[in-house]
Design a protein. Structure first.
Length: 125
């Protein structure tokens, strides 16, 4: 129907309602909840992932809720630790555990490639 007005009952109201809905949704973008930087329970160190061929993510950072870890659940997996922020004693303890192949549980966040340490909670189960 090019150039003609549809005069069926209710058609105009449906079109107006659809147009209003589209405009409403377009004007209010959906935003994801900002979880970056919010402390959470993390495991740092041994991932209990073993491979027969390198590279292998046998060390990394993962959320405690994602254990046992899979390669897809890792927040970080490299040979060296990412940059860290936190009290010097905690950072030193994490570095020692990493170098000794241990795993630590901590409360913190992994933000923009930086491990932000709030507190150490102990060794991984």
């Amino acid at each position: 129907m090019v150039g003609k007005i549809d005069k069926r009952p209710g058609v105009l109201q449906v079109r107006i309602a659809l147009a209003a809905m589209v405009l409403t949704l377009a004007g209010a973008p959906v935003q994801a909840e900002d979880v970056a930087g919010r402390p959470e329970r993390l495991h740092v160190g041994s991932t209990n992932i073993y491979c027969v061929q390198a590279p292998c993510p046998w060390r990394g950072i993962t959320r405690a809720d994602d254990m046992p870890a899979s390669p897809a659940s890792l927040l970080w997996s490299e040979e060296v630790l990412p940059p860290m922020e936190g009290d010097p004693e905690s950072v030193d303890r994490i570095m020692r555990a990493w170098n000794e192949g241990e795993c630590l549980v901590l409360d913190g966040a992994f933000v923009d490639g930086v491990l932000v340490v709030e507190s150490l909670a102990g060794t991984c189960p």
